[in-house]
Design a binder for this molecule. Structure first.
Ligand SMILES: *[C@@H]1O[C@H](CO)[C@@H](O)[C@H](O)[C@H]1NC(C)=O
Length: 233
């Protein structure tokens, strides 16, 4: 009997780590609301953002702890993206699950933001600038109904560094920095990252002297397809 209860508890723990309450509909909404804000500015280097289940898995592990504080960048890092810095936005609410509301809340910091300045008056802008960072191509989120609140965690690759907050994107006409990889007004590097401890230099998917990391090849996918996200899910 005791053995059975222990087995049941173990199974529940494994289940908790693996399971996410972020549904397929949530994933689509999260990516599209981010891209709605990202396309609302005149930017020459803004990258298309996509939902990434590997990044999301780390966000869910963190959400499950029910702590309203950031984890470490080591906690967020992915083995298939070596050296890629991953950022994080957090929020909590006491209402029902509503991703649209939470992303709008992060975006509302735009009222405190000015290009080249960052925060104009000391109020927070970091959630907005992460959401709007030109080189961020991938977002993945976790959600947990904790005893006292609902916790929302979104992880981002690339994450933002301090200096990115003043200049999250380059002002200019859309795709001016990426004439050869323009996709509906976004620069599109198809979730390829520069290998190893370097920032991507421009929106042309150029990593010199490093190489582009086609992390999806490690999943056995040899060529990019537009529905690669569903192939990876
Ligand atoms: C900064 O400006 C915004 C927009 O006007 C305002 O909502 C916010 O309260 C201001 N913050 C401070 C600390 O004054």
């Amino acid at each position: 009997m005791a053995g059975r209860i222990l087995l049941a508890l173990t199974l529940m723990l494994i289940f908790q780590v693996a399971v996410t309450q972020v549904t397929q509909a949530d994933k689509t909404l999260i990516a599209s609301v981010h891209d709605k804000y990202r396309s609302s500015v005149q930017s020459s280097n803004m990258m298309k953002m996509r939902y990434h289940d590997g990044i999301a898995a780390k966000a869910q592990i963190h959400a499950n702890k029910c702590h309203f504080q950031h984890d470490s960048s080591a906690d967020r890092a992915l083995p298939e993206l070596p050296g890629v810095y991953v950022g994080q936005n957090l929020a909590y609410s006491t209402g029902g699950k509503n991703w649209q509301y939470i992303i709008n809340l992060w975006a509302s910091e735009m009222q405190n933001f000015k290009m080249g300045v960052g925060s104009t008056n000391g109020s927070a802008v970091g959630h907005y600038t992460q959401l709007m960072l030109w080189k961020t191509q991938a977002v993945g989120c976790g959600y947990k109904e904790c005893p006292r609140f609902k916790l929302y965690v979104c992880n981002y690759a690339y994450g933002q560094y301090t200096w990115d907050i003043k200049y999250p994107w380059k002002v200019g006409s859309k795709c001016a920095d990426c004439p050869n990889n323009c996709n509906n007004g976004f620069c599109d590097c198809k979730m390829q990252f520069c290998n190893s401890k370097t920032d991507i230099k421009d929106a042309k998917c150029n990593c010199t002297p490093w190489w582009l990391l086609k992390w999806w090849e490690q999943k056995g996918i040899s060529t990019w397809t537009t529905d690669i996200e569903s192939a990876l899910a």
